[in-house]
Design a protein around this ligand. Structure first.
Ligand code: SF4
Ligand code: SF4
Length: 404
């Protein structure tokens, strides 16, 4: 696809990178077949190819209309289209680059701006944890429509230390410690059993994904720099890896090198951080899983988050780990499709998110599972809001010392 850049974007980093990505698109439309929003809405502009044309228009005119904003807002950034694209179009990066321009060129209604401004600050503040815990306490008294959005409080158990030969950094992130602290506790127990010492850098926090989703790229980049500073002393001491228990964080940290490539102070460090980052399912092998907790005979449907399968290109790994621990994996249709969680998508696009969730739960129910397993806190919370079978992070199912 040829792009004639508008004067405003000529010789800019944005113009060059966006037009290079667009240049790979051959308009074939294969990607529309696997796009969840195109499947639901049937509108070309709600599929990747249509959105790519909207970005082309923006690049050529330096203008963005409400139409541009609405159709980009409806994109989940699930990157299913990237997996399908035969030309290697980095659609996710294109949208990430373009959203801040759309915000600047087509102003949102005041209320929407306020909502977005408040949400990112609330989720990253201590108030989120305080109110979430309060919500868990009063959950039994809440109406069902509200209670289903508050994850049930579950026992956390011990957080053992290992004196093992290997050490890894683990990112606890922003919302997961409040919503489901049992996930990182289970990961620590599993890694301790494998003689791996887990280090948490207290100063590290949100990976930057939340702000990035809301087109607040400056805030996102600052979160990334803070995390790099927090991890750097341990990296210099020789930790083995940076392990992620939420694939939504993993996909972002793996892109620190790309996102900070023009930062003269952080570019090199960011590239090293990205190269060292792995999902927990890459650090624990299927063979290791045999030494952990057994889930022998449990019928499990695995929902692979988009950030795991499309964003990080990790497929089949968790399934092999669970099978190795004795689980019976049940079939699920449309495994490539998003569940509708997608960061803050379920807050700003509740109707679409709800339809995607209903479809996903129906697909996962195909094999009548006892549990649904996943690998990302956002998907876990979204699926739990309507699922009959309990939804767990996969590491909880092979926890070597599950609490209570
Ligand atoms: S990222 Fe997902 S929702 Fe967005 S265009 Fe691609 S497939 Fe569709
Ligand atoms: S599949 Fe790739 S090349 Fe084809 S229209 Fe979609 S993005 Fe463009």
């Amino acid at each position: 696809m040829y792009v004639e850049l508008a004067e405003d974007f000529k010789d800019t980093a944005f113009g060059e990178e966006a037009s290079e990505i667009l240049g790979k698109c051959v308009h074939c439309g294969f990607c529309t077949a696997t796009c969840p929003t195109y499947q639901l809405l049937g509108d070309e502009l709600d599929g990747p190819r249509g959105r790519i044309y909207l970005v082309k228009q923006l690049l050529e005119s330096a203008e963005a209309s409400e139409t541009t904003r609405v159709h980009l807002d409806r994109c989940l950034t699930c990157r299913s289209c990237e997996t399908t694209c035969p030309s290697g179009v980095h659609y996710g990066r294109l949208v990430e680059l373009t959203r801040p321009k759309v915000e600047a060129l087509s102003q949102r209604p005041r209320f929407e701006r306020l909502q977005r401004w408040l949400l990112v600050r609330f989720l990253l503040s201590v108030w989120f944890g305080v109110l979430f815990r309060l919500g868990q306490i009063i959950r039994p008294a809440l109406p069902q429509s509200l209670a289903r959005h508050v994850l049930e409080k579950r026992p956390v158990g011990l957080r053992p230390e290992s004196q093992g030969g290997r050490s890894v950094l683990m990112l606890e992130g922003c919302v997961q410690p409040s919503m489901a602290p049992q996930i990182d506790a289970a990961a620590r127990r599993a890694l301790a059993k494998l003689d791996v010492n887990v280090i948490t850098a207290n100063e590290a926090g949100c990976c930057g994904a939340l702000a990035l989703h809301l087109a607040d790229n400056d805030r996102a980049l600052n979160s990334m720099r803070r995390n790099i500073d927090a991890w750097w002393p341990q990296i210099e001491k020789g930790v083995d890896a940076i392990v992620m228990t939420a694939s939504g964080c993993g996909v972002t940290v793996r892109e620190y090198g790309q996102l900070l490539k023009d930062d003269p102070v952080y570019a090199e460090k960011a590239a090293r951080v990205s190269a060292m980052t792995v999902d927990l399912c890459e650090y624990i092998s299927p063979e290791d899983a045999r030494a952990l907790g057994s889930c022998s005979g449990k019928r499990v449907a695995f929902h692979s988050p988009c950030t795991l399968q499309h964003g990080q290109g990790i497929t089949g790994r968790v399934e092999r780990i669970l099978e190795s621990a004795g689980a019976i994996l049940t079939p699920a249709r449309n495994a490539h499709l998003c569940c509708g969680a997608a960061g803050t998508y379920s807050v700003f696009q509740p109707e679409l998110a709800s339809k995607l969730l209903d479809n996903k739960l129906s697909d996962l129910a195909q094999g009548d599972p006892e549990f649904i397993a996943t690998a990302n806190i956002g998907c876990l919370a979204h699926l739990s809001s309507k699922s009959d079978p309990p939804v767990r992070h996969w590491i909880e199912l092979i926890d070597p010392a599950p609490p209570g």
